[in-house]
Design a protein around this ligand. Structure first.
Ligand code: FES
Ligand code: FES
Length: 127
C-alpha cells in the first residue's frame, strides 16, 4: 500500500507538469507563431527623418505600427511573429525610411513604393 501511495505522489506532479507544459506551449504558439505574418503596407511614400549619430532605432517591419516608420510594439500585440529591425545611425543625416515595407534595402526607401504592386495595394494589407 505504501508503495502505491508513493507512486501516486510521483505520478500526480508529473501529470500536472505535463498540463503546465501544454499550457505554456499553446501560450507560446499564440504569442510567438512559428509562421510569421506578412508585413502590410503602412503607407505608400517614405518618411524623411533625421537620424542622430550613435542613436539606435527600431524600424517597423510589420507595417502595423501607428508611429511609422518606427516600431510601436504592435508587431507583438497583434501576434505577427515579426520583429522590428534595430539599427544604429553611423552619422547624423536626413534619410527616407520605407513605410510600404517592400524595400529591398530596409530600413531605407529604395523606390519600390512606386511600383504598380505597391500603388495598387490597400493600406493595411499585405502585398
Ligand atoms: Fe511593426 Fe513593431 S510595430 S515591427
Ligand atoms: Fe517603401 Fe519607398 S516607401 S520603398
Amino acid at each position: 500500500m505504501g508503495s502505491v501511495r508513493g507512486l501516486g505522489k510521483l505520478v500526480r506532479p508529473a501529470a500536472w507538469t505535463l498540463n503546465q507544459r501544454r499550457d505554456i506551449t499553446s501560450w507560446l504558439a499564440q504569442w510567438f507563431p512559428k509562421t510569421p505574418a506578412k508585413p502590410v503596407v503602412a503607407l505608400k511614400t517614405p518618411i524623411k527623418v533625421e537620424l542622430v549619430a550613435g542613436k539606435t532605432y527600431r524600424w517597423c517591419v510589420c507595417g502595423r505600427s501607428k508611429k511609422q516608420p518606427f516600431c510601436d510594439g504592435s508587431h507583438f500585440f497583434k501576434r505577427t511573429g515579426l520583429s522590428p529591425l534595430k539599427f544604429k545611425a553611423q552619422e547624423t543625416r536626413m534619410v527616407a525610411l520605407c513605410t510600404c515595407k517592400a524595400t529591398q534595402k530596409p530600413p531605407y526607401c529604395d523606390g519600390t513604393h512606386k511600383s504598380e504592386q505597391v500603388q495598387k495595394a490597400e493600406l493595411g494589407s499585405p502585398l
